[in-house]
Design a protein around this ligand. Sequence first.
Ligand code: FAD
Length: 334
Amino acid sequence: MRQNVSLKPYNTFGIDAHAAYFAEFSSVAELRAVLEQAIPPVLILGEGSNILFTRDWPGTVLRNRISGIEIVRRFTRRLWVRAGGGEQWHALVMWAVQHGLGGIENLSLIPGTVGAAPVQNIGAYGIELKDVFISLEALELETGRVRRFDRQECHFGYRDSIFKQQERGRWCILSVTLSLSTDKHRINTAYGDVARILAEMGVARPAPADVSEAVVRIRRSKLPDPLLLGNCGSFFKNPQISLSEWENLRRHYPDTPHYVLSNGLVKIPAAWLIEQCGWKGRRVGNVGCYEKQALVLVNYGGATGQEIYALAQAIADSVRKKFGISLEPEVNVL
Ligand SMILES: Cc1cc2nc3c(=O)[nH]c(=O)nc-3n(C[C@H](O)[C@H](O)[C@H](O)COP(=O)(O)OP(=O)(O)OC[C@H]3O[C@@H](n4cnc5c(N)ncnc54)[C@H](O)[C@@H]3O)c2cc1C
């Protein structure tokens, strides 16, 4: 256990907040041992790619390094694969596509750990973690007991799960088990530019590895690399409004892009709302709204978490004023 540790290398915004106590663990036994000494509050950290530290952490930060990928069950056309919570998510995707397995190729290049993936039910290019999720094992921080959560028990929603709601901060996710296809893959190229990039690559009948390659190319061209420009990906969720709110909005802004969801709500791209308020590419001191994607807030260097949060609030205020829509952060603001 180390004391007064800078978290700057451990969060992709590059915020220089400090943890009063900090330790890493690579096994359940190590986690139990560090928990015995841990001063509360305890924060389980992955790669810090979905966290904004607005203050120093007064208790203990525990960084998950539990690794390992193994096949745990085989079926005719599927496999169940279990990965350690500290594995890098993208390394798992690469392992899957290299083994010819399908199901998570659209989630290529999402930063972060496997253990954090269920927390916000990561999603991209028309796929969410819940689509391949079987179960996870988690350790209760207060008692040390380990239990299994199946898909229903996780209450997955759009960038949401029970671990962001009523069970927030109570569990450390140790491993995640996914069901991946070995054959007759359900290839999904419907979203964004995936089909166009595959055509450019000259691929007519894509395998999971081809879709992964296309997604990686798109993401590299659109999103800032956190190693070069601090960021946490999308800062806000795309708001979902009721049909009557949509009718009202449409009267004033008929060109608003929108998607009617199966639950009857209407999803509006937050990036479009932010862009309409003039934020895209705008810099305020050390922070700003990324020039290629308005949903991404960036740290140009030396920003505090408070500065980023103030920018986020200013953006949300102007969207509320202009459109009457509240933006909710996707990033965990601590
Ligand atoms: C450039 C960029 C692009 C991104 N694109 C996407 C995208 O397309 N789709 C998407 O969904 N997300 C995206 N993200 C967000 C981020 O990558 C994911 O949310 C990722 O799952 C976070 O993983 P992490 O290990 O960094 O979690 P952290 O940021 O370390 O933690 C996030 C939250 O999960 C908790 N947590 C972490 N590990 C555990 C664990 N083992 N057990 C219990 N709780 C835990 C933390 O306490 C915290 O509340 C992007 C981020 C960046 C920087």
